[in-house]
Design a protein around this ligand. Structure first.
Ligand code: NAP
Length: 300
């Protein structure tokens, strides 16, 4: 099964980055794209995010071997329904949504006879929109495929091969496990960042200018995550509800244990935890998933 024509629906950070990465790493593959927002389509044309920017989803998917939905997870069903009548029979349908169980269900309802192989490239930034994409977003990052039981193996391999061409490493798991893993590695960290930044901005006895002035003490690193797209993250929490609530329960218990250790002056518990967490950071750097330079390699 060879992929020669790709349609990208949604031309923001993820869709734009896929288009640019194809142009750089697999220029033999033709790309067509569509976004519901006319301003996004105009900027996508100016930045040449895809070979052809189309004025409808139906036009974008004609001749496609692979269609990738790059819209917020709450918009997947509507976006897929939009081109249901124009989809070539042989096309593989995939997506980049941050949660997988609800997307699998929504795509199967919208496109009951299609070959659907959902995916999640675990790569991103706090930026969004058609200006935000770049060709190297997926380099050395994991892309998790969540094929449903009985999925066509040739289609799974064709999709994996496509993502490898863009620089990704491939992992295959079921959608339920994906949602649990990502709840703890991505969704809860975002919720904590949104909470801490929200709490700081609501304080009465510490001024807003003090929060900003002294942010290098740690707060600043949370604000990067808390600046992420509100629509995308609202949808992630509403669609990965049970895994997030499960992990949030665990997190709350651990937080309460720390609260108790601080109150009772139990330095040993605090020190033991803080030593274990340092080792996790070392593991992430050794895996090439972050930069070991100070300030995450930020240029000043
Ligand atoms: P984005 O930059 O906001 O782009 C999404 C685009 O889709 C927007 O231009 C949006 O237009 C458009 N859109 C919305 N509904 C549509 C529809 N029915 N048909 C066509 N276009 C539609 O978002 P993103 O960061 O690329 O995220 C896209 C997906 O990738 C999400 O599912 C997210 O969970 C996933 N993801 C994101 C990251 C990340 O770090 N950002 C990482 C991995 C995966 P409007 O803005 O006008 O609504």
């Amino acid at each position: 099964m060879s992929i020669e024509n790709v349609a990208i629906i949604g031309l923001g950070l993820l869709g734009g980055s896929i288009g640019l990465a194809v142009k750089e790493h697999a220029p033999q593959i033709a790309t067509r794209g569509y976004d519901a927002n006319p301003d996004v389509r105009r900027i996508a044309g100016e930045r040449a995010l895809v070979g052809t920017v189309c004025n409808s989803a139906s036009e974008a998917v004609q001749d496609a071997d692979l269609v990738i939905l790059c819209v917020p997870v709450g918009a997947m069903k509507a976006a897929a329904s939009d081109f249901a009548d124009s989809l070539p029979d042989h096309a593989i349908i995939s997506d980049v949504g941050s949660s997988k169980q609800s997307v699998c269900e929504d795509l199967a309802e919208a496109l009951p006879n299609a070959t659907i192989i959902p995916a999640h490239p675990v790569a991103g930034t706090e930026q969004s929109g058609p200006e935000a994409g770049f060709a190297t977003l997926f380099a050395n990052r994991w892309c998790i495929l969540t094929p449903p039981a009985g999925a066509d193996e040739a289609a799974v391999e064709a999709l994996a091969d496509f993502w490898r061409k863009l620089g990704s490493r491939i992992e295959i798991m079921d959608a339920e496990h994906h949602d649990l893993v990502l709840a703890v590695t991505s969704h809860i960290p975002h919720l904590i960042a949104y909470t801490i930044v929200g709490t700081a901005s609501d304080l009465e006895d510490v001024t807003r200018s003090e929060v900003i002035k002294y942010s290098a003490g740690g707060f600043r690193d949370f604000t990067r995550i808390a600046a992420s797209d509100p629509t995308m993250w609202r949808d992630v929490f509403l669609h990965n509800k049970s895994a997030v609530l499960e992990m949030l329960g665990r997190f709350t218990e651990d937080l309460t244990a720390l609260q108790r250790a601080i109150r009772s002056g139990d330095g040993e518990t605090l020190h033991e935890l803080f030593s274990r967490t340092r080792a996790i950071r070392r593991g992430i750097i050794e895996e090439g998933q972050d930069d070991e330079r100070p300030d995450f390699g930020r240029e000043h």
